[in-house]
Design a protein around this ligand. Structure first.
Ligand code: NAP
Length: 323
């Protein structure tokens, strides 16, 4: 488990803008569980962070000075940016966002990477059908809340698994989940899942892995689908995870289990963003954020992901918009 001692704040001079460059002021910075993987030199799907260099991740920022005609002063963009209050940026790979469509922070959550993750993992791999039972772990987080609500829109019975009574109440009462299980207070997760899913599990959206996932797999129905999105239970492990052998279940249930990285679907991001924005505007998707205020809160906000501090998307608000 990382600690605040692993982070360091430094100040540096900003260089003058060259032609084509913009000066970005960070407004919201996203903290995400996958960043933990980049704090290790183990081979993965993205390069590790470099010790002594800023962490890079999703952020919403405002152009406050510009030498780039495509990105005039006042433009708000979303992009992969260093954890910095101000950044001199080459101007490429930034996506302008419309503050009229949704609050700016939503572009890091339901209308951004976590929303897309929920959308593609559930609809492409899970392929939920009306009347089926969908279980999602990490249910009260950025991805899980969207997964459960899309599954409800598709007419499914939805069961969420999360780590506090407040989260359970939120899932049931605010988001309309049919059942929710607090895995931290349940004595027997296997029977809790079996009870919450009397007709078995058709789709499992796995955000966490470990014993929670074993319990869901034991309740899997024939032709079940499992979208492996995250394994946060192991992100701080120093030894390879071990546990139940799942192949006999996949075999006996003719089940499909597939891992994915949201960028696998990048060619379809535009259409998914439109559909997510429509559901949001029509009031079919509820959305919650946990926002810490101040750039210096970044380490704490990040570390809180591993102790369940957040409900919905965890963000840090760095500054107000100037324009
Ligand atoms: P999140 O759910 O908003 O935040 C993390 C949550 O995980 C915490 O609030 C906590 O909630 C739960 N958690 C932490 N440690 C846990 C443990 N040991 N066992 C069970 N639950 C634990 O995060 P997110 O951004 O929506 O991401 C959810 C998962 O999806 C993560 O695993 C992430 O890596 C993955 N992800 C994958 C992709 C992809 O492309 N495949 C993209 C985005 C996210 P509780 O209070 O419920 O414990």
């Amino acid at each position: 488990m990382p600690s605040k001692d692993n982070f360091e704040f430094t100040e540096t001079e900003l260089l003058d803008l060259e032609v084509g460059e913009v000066l970005l002021k960070a407004l919201y910075i996203s903290v995400d569980p996958y960043m933990r993987g980049r704090m290790s030199d183990a081979k993965s799907y993205v390069a590790p962070y470099e010790v002594g260099k800023p962490i890079i991740g999703g952020a919403v920022a405002e152009v406050v000075e510009s030498r780039n005609e495509q990105l005039p002063k006042g433009t708000v963009v979303v992009g992969s940016l260093p954890w910095q209050q101000y950044t001199v940026h080459a101007g490429k790979g930034l996506l302008p966002v419309d503050p009229e469509v949704a609050p700016l922070s939503y572009y890091l959550g339901v209308l951004g990477m976590p929303g897309q993750t929920a959308y593609f993992g559930l609809l492409h791999i899970g392929q939920p059908k009306a009347g089926e039972t969908v279980v999602v772990s990490g249910a009260a987080g950025a991805v899980g809340t969207v997964v459960g609500q899309i599954a409800k829109l598709k007419g499914c019975r939805v069961v969420g698994i999360a780590g506090s009574d407040d989260k359970i109440t939120y899932l049931r009462e605010e988001l309309g989940f049919d059942e929710a299980i607090n895995y931290k207070t349940t004595d027997d997760i296997n029977s809790a899942v079996a009870q919450a899913c009397p007709d078995g599990v058709d789709v499992y959206f796995d955000n966490v892995g470990g014993e929670i996932s074993d319990a869901v797999l034991l309740a899997l129905n024939k032709f079940g689908r499992i979208a492996v999105c995250g394994q946060i239970a192991f992100y701080n492990s120093t030894t390879p995870p071990t546990g139940m052998r799942i192949e006999p279940i996949l075999l006996k249930k003719s089940a499909l289990m597939k891992g994915f990285i949201v960028s696998d679907y990048s060619s379809e991001f535009g259409s998914a963003a439109k559909e997510l924005a429509t559901w949001l505007q029509e009031g079919k998707l509820q959305y919650q954020e946990t926002i810490k205020e101040g750039f210096d809160q970044l380490p704490e906000a990040f570390l809180g992901l591993f102790t369940g501090e957040n409900t919905g998307k965890q963000l840090v608000k760095v500054a107000d918009r100037e324009g």
